[in-house]
Design a protein around this ligand. Sequence first.
Ligand code: SF4
Length: 98
Amino acid sequence: MLSAETVTDELQVWVDQDLCTGDGLCVQYAPEVFEFDIDGLAYVKDPAGELRQSPGARVGVPARLRLEVIDSAKECPGDCIHVVRSADDVEVAGPDAG
Ligand code: SF4
């Protein structure tokens, strides 16, 4: 369930599966946000734990997991985790971050 205490819509995250190497760093860092599907690639999960599989699908980043998600994006070997600010769509971590 969405909760104001645990979920913020300030940041959103999505994964470009075309570039995912399947190494699992993100799943280790933030298993509540990233999960492998049977194709061996990482996908984002919504707060109900459902994988979001449509290309470019975004989920909100829970406030308490912001650092883990940002670290995942910075260290992702595929450079394929995009963390964007919802308010203006600016990428704050990931390959398109300034
Ligand atoms: S860290 Fe990046 S390359 Fe590795 S599994 Fe996650 S999304 Fe894929």
